[in-house]
Design a protein around this ligand. Structure first.
Ligand SMILES: CNc1ncnc2c1ncn2[C@@H]1O[C@H](COP(=O)(O)O)[C@@H](O)[C@H]1O
Length: 227
């Protein structure tokens, strides 16, 4: 298994710390381009002013680092607009995105990282049944299931799949599709993604699949080629 890192900017800390994080990330990315692949912008959404972190994030992007930005975790409309205009590859949470924002995420292929336990424990989503993953799936917005932080929120990715399945009756095929989608949106090379999909497909082939759409994944792998 390959592990990659996204050094994190905590918006609750001073901007000078984020500048240091980006400077170190840029240096390490040159030494270990397969390992340091992006920057995560997260922390308490009530703290810090996104605009002040934009120069550091712009520098990171200029050096080829991908951006995962926690956005719309709380209903802060002006910040949401600012973040979407700034751009990102992955959007953490996306709880308060509007349907117009959904169209933007689809158009720009930005995946929303859905973190069910985190959102409930942080109080940004009232209860599982109201979680926005349901709306994201219905609107066909790119989305991935995540833990946010398995240590802090005392959960695992498997548990998040279990919760999503219990709350929204996801089928086995939908769970497989969600996993395939996570590979699509990983900060990895096309070859790495293809290999992951082949491994996943081999695993799925051994499973007792309860509906007949499973072979779709195989065709999907065969269809895509790396440029
Ligand atoms: C056995 N564990 C795992 N296997 C495969 N993919 C995993 C994973 N744990 C996490 N991810 C993938 O990493 C991204 C960030 O997730 P966290 O917010 O950090 O949990 C997500 O896209 C998730 O699908």
């Amino acid at each position: 298994m390959k592990v990659k890192l996204l050094p994190s900017i905590n918006r609750g800390e001073p901007v000078s710390v984020s500048e240091e994080t980006v400077a170190l990330s840029v240096d390490f990315c040159k030494l270990y381009p397969d390992i340091i692949v992006g920057i995560d912008f997260s922390g308490n959404p009530n703290k810090g002013n996104f605009e002040e972190f934009m120069p550091a994030l712009t520098l990171a992007r200029k050096h080829g680092l991908m951006l995962a930005i926690h956005c719309a975790e709380i209903p802060n409309r002006s910040e949401i607009k600012q973040m979407l205009m700034f751009g990102m590859s992955r959007c953490g949470h996306g709880t308060y995105l509007t349907s117009a924002d959904y169209a933007y995420m689809k158009q720009h292929n930005i995946a929303v990282e859905c973190c069910l336990t985190s959102n409930i424990k942080s109080g940004t989503v009232e209860s599982l049944q109201y979680h926005h993953i349901k709306r994201l799936i219905e609107a066909e917005v790119p989305r991935v299931l995540c833990t946010d932080d398995s240590g802090v929120f005392d959960t695992t990715l498997s548990n998040e799949f279990y919760l999503a399945t219990e709350a929204f009756g996801l089928t086995q095929t939908q769970c497989i599709d969600l996993t395939m989608e996570a590979i699509d949106h990983a900060f990895a090379s096309c070859e790495e993604k293809q290999n992951l999909k082949i491994q996943l497909d081999a695993f799925i082939s051994q499973m007792t699949v309860k509906d007949n759409r499973v072979h779709k994944t195989k065709r999907y792998i065969e269809k895509k080629t790396c440029e």
